[in-house]
Ligand binder design. Sequence first.
Ligand code: XBP
Ligand code: MG
Length: 264
Amino acid sequence: MELQALIFDVDGTLAETERDGHRPAFNAAFAEAGLTWNWDEDLYGELLAVTGGKERIRHFAERFDPAFLARGDAQEAIRGLHAAKTRHYLAQVRAGAVPLRPGIARLLRQAVERGLRLAIATTTSAENVTELLQANLGSDACRWFEVIGAGDVVARKKPAPDIYAWVLQRLALGPAACLAFEDSANGLAASLAAGIATVVTVGEYTHGQDFRGAAAVLSDLGEATAAYVPPTAGGHGHACVDVDLLRAWHRRSTNSAYMGDKKL
Ligand code: XBP
Ligand code: MG
Protein backbone atom coordinates (compact mmCIF):
# COMPACT_ATOMS: atom_id res chain seq x y z
CA MET A 1 0.00 0.00 0.00
CA GLU A 2 1.39 3.37 -1.04
CA LEU A 3 1.88 6.09 1.56
CA GLN A 4 -0.80 8.75 1.07
CA ALA A 5 -1.08 10.76 4.29
CA LEU A 6 0.96 11.93 7.26
CA ILE A 7 -0.85 12.37 10.58
CA PHE A 8 0.87 14.50 13.21
CA ASP A 9 0.48 14.71 16.96
CA VAL A 10 0.96 18.31 18.17
CA ASP A 11 2.19 18.60 21.76
CA GLY A 12 5.77 17.34 21.93
CA THR A 13 5.81 16.43 18.21
CA LEU A 14 5.21 19.60 16.18
CA ALA A 15 6.60 21.70 19.05
CA GLU A 16 7.85 21.30 22.61
CA THR A 17 4.70 22.89 23.96
CA GLU A 18 4.62 21.48 27.47
CA ARG A 19 7.45 22.80 29.69
CA ASP A 20 7.39 26.48 28.68
CA GLY A 21 3.91 26.58 27.16
CA HIS A 22 1.17 24.51 28.78
CA ARG A 23 2.81 24.13 32.23
CA PRO A 24 3.26 27.86 33.04
CA ALA A 25 -0.18 28.52 31.55
CA PHE A 26 -1.74 26.05 33.99
CA ASN A 27 0.13 27.74 36.87
CA ALA A 28 -0.95 31.23 35.75
CA ALA A 29 -4.59 30.04 35.66
CA PHE A 30 -4.29 28.54 39.14
CA ALA A 31 -2.78 31.76 40.56
CA GLU A 32 -5.44 33.87 38.87
CA ALA A 33 -8.14 31.73 40.51
CA GLY A 34 -6.53 32.20 43.93
CA LEU A 35 -5.39 28.56 44.20
CA THR A 36 -2.06 27.68 45.81
CA TRP A 37 -1.48 24.85 43.31
CA ASN A 38 1.85 24.98 41.49
CA TRP A 39 3.04 22.40 38.98
CA ASP A 40 6.84 22.28 38.91
CA GLU A 41 8.65 20.49 36.10
CA ASP A 42 9.03 17.17 37.91
CA LEU A 43 5.40 17.04 38.99
CA TYR A 44 4.29 18.11 35.51
CA GLY A 45 6.31 15.24 34.01
CA GLU A 46 4.28 12.83 36.14
CA LEU A 47 0.98 14.54 35.40
CA LEU A 48 1.57 14.21 31.65
CA ALA A 49 0.66 10.53 32.03
CA VAL A 50 -2.90 11.89 31.97
CA THR A 51 -3.64 13.39 28.55
CA GLY A 52 -5.99 16.35 28.21
CA GLY A 53 -5.79 19.52 30.29
CA LYS A 54 -9.19 19.23 31.98
CA GLU A 55 -8.54 15.56 32.74
CA ARG A 56 -5.08 16.47 34.12
CA ILE A 57 -6.53 19.11 36.47
CA ARG A 58 -9.12 16.63 37.76
CA HIS A 59 -6.47 13.95 38.27
CA PHE A 60 -4.28 16.41 40.20
CA ALA A 61 -7.18 17.47 42.43
CA GLU A 62 -8.07 13.82 43.12
CA ARG A 63 -4.53 13.23 44.32
CA PHE A 64 -3.65 16.47 46.09
CA ASP A 65 -6.80 18.50 46.81
CA PRO A 66 -9.90 16.26 47.11
CA ALA A 67 -11.74 19.11 48.89
CA PHE A 68 -11.68 21.03 45.58
CA LEU A 69 -13.59 18.20 43.90
CA ALA A 70 -16.11 18.04 46.75
CA ARG A 71 -17.33 21.54 45.77
CA GLY A 72 -20.72 21.48 44.07
CA ASP A 73 -19.31 23.46 41.14
CA ALA A 74 -16.10 21.44 40.66
CA GLN A 75 -16.87 20.51 37.06
CA GLU A 76 -17.54 24.13 36.15
CA ALA A 77 -14.46 25.29 38.09
CA ILE A 78 -12.28 22.87 36.08
CA ARG A 79 -13.75 24.16 32.84
CA GLY A 80 -13.05 27.75 33.96
CA LEU A 81 -9.46 26.95 34.96
CA HIS A 82 -8.88 25.25 31.63
CA ALA A 83 -10.31 28.19 29.67
CA ALA A 84 -8.00 30.57 31.56
CA LYS A 85 -5.07 28.23 30.95
CA THR A 86 -5.84 28.19 27.22
CA ARG A 87 -5.90 32.02 27.19
CA HIS A 88 -2.46 32.17 28.83
CA TYR A 89 -1.10 29.45 26.54
CA LEU A 90 -2.31 31.17 23.37
CA ALA A 91 -0.74 34.46 24.46
CA GLN A 92 2.62 32.64 24.60
CA VAL A 93 2.07 31.03 21.21
CA ARG A 94 1.09 34.35 19.59
CA ALA A 95 4.19 35.97 21.12
CA GLY A 96 6.31 33.42 19.23
CA ALA A 97 7.51 31.67 22.40
CA VAL A 98 6.63 28.17 21.14
CA PRO A 99 8.72 27.33 18.03
CA LEU A 100 8.37 24.21 15.90
CA ARG A 101 10.78 21.32 16.48
CA PRO A 102 13.71 20.78 14.07
CA GLY A 103 12.72 19.57 10.63
CA ILE A 104 8.96 20.02 11.06
CA ALA A 105 8.52 23.06 8.80
CA ARG A 106 10.89 21.58 6.19
CA LEU A 107 9.13 18.19 6.13
CA LEU A 108 5.62 19.68 6.04
CA ARG A 109 6.54 21.85 3.05
CA GLN A 110 8.14 18.93 1.24
CA ALA A 111 5.18 16.65 1.97
CA VAL A 112 2.76 19.22 0.50
CA GLU A 113 4.99 19.64 -2.58
CA ARG A 114 5.14 15.87 -3.06
CA GLY A 115 1.37 15.46 -2.88
CA LEU A 116 1.07 13.79 0.50
CA ARG A 117 -2.09 14.60 2.44
CA LEU A 118 -1.65 16.04 5.93
CA ALA A 119 -3.71 15.68 9.10
CA ILE A 120 -3.52 16.30 12.83
CA ALA A 121 -4.51 13.94 15.65
CA THR A 122 -4.14 15.65 19.01
CA THR A 123 -5.46 15.79 22.53
CA THR A 124 -5.28 19.56 22.72
CA SER A 125 -7.90 21.96 21.32
CA ALA A 126 -8.29 22.92 17.64
CA GLU A 127 -7.69 26.56 18.58
CA ASN A 128 -4.32 25.69 20.13
CA VAL A 129 -3.35 23.84 16.95
CA THR A 130 -4.36 26.52 14.47
CA GLU A 131 -2.67 29.30 16.45
CA LEU A 132 0.54 27.28 16.74
CA LEU A 133 0.57 26.64 12.99
CA GLN A 134 -0.20 30.26 12.11
CA ALA A 135 2.34 31.71 14.54
CA ASN A 136 5.11 29.54 13.09
CA LEU A 137 4.19 28.96 9.44
CA GLY A 138 1.96 31.87 8.47
CA SER A 139 -1.75 32.35 8.03
CA ASP A 140 -2.11 29.80 5.20
CA ALA A 141 -0.58 26.88 7.06
CA CYS A 142 -3.86 25.51 8.45
CA ARG A 143 -5.02 24.90 4.89
CA TRP A 144 -2.16 22.42 4.42
CA PHE A 145 -4.01 20.14 6.83
CA GLU A 146 -7.05 18.46 5.38
CA VAL A 147 -8.29 17.13 8.72
CA ILE A 148 -7.64 18.46 12.23
CA GLY A 149 -8.77 15.97 14.86
CA ALA A 150 -8.49 17.74 18.21
CA GLY A 151 -9.52 17.69 21.86
CA ASP A 152 -13.03 16.79 22.83
CA VAL A 153 -14.30 15.60 19.41
CA VAL A 154 -13.81 12.09 20.80
CA ALA A 155 -14.83 10.95 24.27
CA ARG A 156 -11.69 8.93 25.00
CA LYS A 157 -8.34 10.70 24.63
CA LYS A 158 -4.98 9.05 23.90
CA PRO A 159 -3.81 6.33 24.62
CA ALA A 160 -7.21 5.32 23.20
CA PRO A 161 -7.09 5.11 19.38
CA ASP A 162 -10.30 7.15 18.98
CA ILE A 163 -8.78 10.40 17.68
CA TYR A 164 -6.81 8.48 15.02
CA ALA A 165 -9.92 6.51 14.01
CA TRP A 166 -11.81 9.85 13.76
CA VAL A 167 -9.10 11.30 11.49
CA LEU A 168 -8.88 8.17 9.29
CA GLN A 169 -12.62 8.22 8.78
CA ARG A 170 -12.55 11.85 7.63
CA LEU A 171 -9.57 11.24 5.36
CA ALA A 172 -11.47 8.20 4.00
CA LEU A 173 -8.23 6.21 4.23
CA GLY A 174 -7.30 2.93 5.86
CA PRO A 175 -4.47 2.91 8.42
CA ALA A 176 -2.08 1.20 6.00
CA ALA A 177 -2.07 4.31 3.76
CA CYS A 178 -0.82 6.55 6.57
CA LEU A 179 2.16 7.29 8.75
CA ALA A 180 1.76 8.87 12.19
CA PHE A 181 4.21 11.06 14.13
CA GLU A 182 4.25 10.93 17.92
CA ASP A 183 6.53 11.87 20.81
CA SER A 184 5.10 9.85 23.70
CA ALA A 185 4.23 6.30 24.71
CA ASN A 186 0.60 7.37 25.19
CA GLY A 187 0.50 8.79 21.67
CA LEU A 188 2.26 5.76 20.17
CA ALA A 189 -0.20 3.43 21.92
CA ALA A 190 -3.04 5.40 20.33
CA SER A 191 -1.65 5.38 16.78
CA LEU A 192 -0.59 1.73 16.90
CA ALA A 193 -3.97 0.68 18.29
CA ALA A 194 -5.48 2.44 15.25
CA GLY A 195 -3.18 0.29 13.07
CA ILE A 196 -0.97 3.15 11.83
CA ALA A 197 2.80 2.78 11.39
CA THR A 198 4.40 5.47 13.56
CA VAL A 199 7.62 7.48 13.66
CA VAL A 200 8.55 8.64 17.18
CA THR A 201 10.57 11.81 17.76
CA VAL A 202 11.41 11.59 21.46
CA GLY A 203 10.48 14.75 23.38
CA GLU A 204 11.69 16.62 26.45
CA TYR A 205 9.35 14.72 28.73
CA THR A 206 9.33 11.34 27.02
CA HIS A 207 12.93 10.04 27.24
CA GLY A 208 13.00 6.47 28.50
CA GLN A 209 9.40 5.67 27.61
CA ASP A 210 8.53 2.42 25.88
CA PHE A 211 8.47 2.95 22.11
CA ARG A 212 8.35 -0.69 21.04
CA GLY A 213 6.40 -1.12 17.82
CA ALA A 214 7.47 2.24 16.34
CA ALA A 215 8.62 2.28 12.70
CA ALA A 216 11.56 4.48 13.80
CA VAL A 217 12.61 6.22 17.02
CA LEU A 218 14.55 9.48 16.54
CA SER A 219 15.75 12.47 18.51
CA ASP A 220 14.08 14.72 15.90
CA LEU A 221 13.50 14.97 12.15
CA GLY A 222 16.73 16.87 11.55
CA GLU A 223 17.43 19.87 9.36
CA ALA A 224 18.94 19.52 5.88
CA THR A 225 21.60 22.03 6.87
CA ALA A 226 22.74 20.05 9.92
CA ALA A 227 24.86 16.94 9.47
CA TYR A 228 22.23 14.94 11.28
CA VAL A 229 21.74 11.20 10.75
CA PRO A 230 18.86 9.58 12.64
CA PRO A 231 20.18 6.77 14.86
CA THR A 232 17.80 4.11 13.54
CA ALA A 233 18.52 5.01 9.94
CA GLY A 234 22.22 4.16 9.68
CA GLY A 235 23.46 3.82 6.13
CA HIS A 236 20.45 5.24 4.32
CA GLY A 237 22.36 8.26 3.06
CA HIS A 238 19.79 10.89 4.10
CA ALA A 239 21.05 13.87 6.12
CA CYS A 240 17.59 14.31 7.60
CA VAL A 241 14.17 12.69 7.52
CA ASP A 242 12.58 13.42 4.15
CA VAL A 243 9.63 12.05 2.20
CA ASP A 244 11.73 9.35 0.49
CA LEU A 245 12.90 8.05 3.86
CA LEU A 246 9.36 8.13 5.23
CA ARG A 247 8.19 6.10 2.23
CA ALA A 248 10.91 3.52 2.94
CA TRP A 249 9.96 3.27 6.62
CA HIS A 250 6.29 3.04 5.70
CA ARG A 251 6.99 0.21 3.21
CA ARG A 252 9.03 -1.65 5.78
CA SER A 253 6.34 -1.29 8.44
CA THR A 254 3.37 -2.20 6.31
CA ASN A 255 4.99 -4.98 4.26
CA SER A 256 5.10 -8.10 6.40
CA ALA A 257 8.00 -9.45 4.29
CA TYR A 258 10.10 -6.67 5.79
CA MET A 259 8.87 -6.99 9.36
CA GLY A 260 11.65 -9.24 10.62
CA ASP A 261 14.33 -7.26 8.80
CA LYS A 262 15.80 -4.55 10.98
CA LYS A 263 17.88 -3.10 8.11
CA LEU A 264 16.47 -0.30 6.02
C1 XBP B 1 -1.04 16.44 24.85
C2 XBP B 1 -1.77 16.65 26.07
C3 XBP B 1 -2.47 17.91 26.26
C4 XBP B 1 -1.63 19.12 26.52
C5 XBP B 1 -2.53 20.24 26.96
O1 XBP B 1 -0.96 15.04 24.57
O2 XBP B 1 -1.82 15.81 26.91
O3 XBP B 1 -3.29 17.75 27.37
O4 XBP B 1 -0.73 18.86 27.58
O5 XBP B 1 -3.61 20.42 26.12
P1 XBP B 1 -0.71 14.51 23.09
P2 XBP B 1 -5.04 20.90 26.65
O6 XBP B 1 0.52 15.21 22.60
O7 XBP B 1 -0.48 13.04 23.23
O8 XBP B 1 -1.94 14.83 22.26
O9 XBP B 1 -4.85 21.59 27.97
O10 XBP B 1 -5.53 21.84 25.58
O11 XBP B 1 -5.90 19.68 26.80
MG1 MG C 1 2.45 14.42 22.15
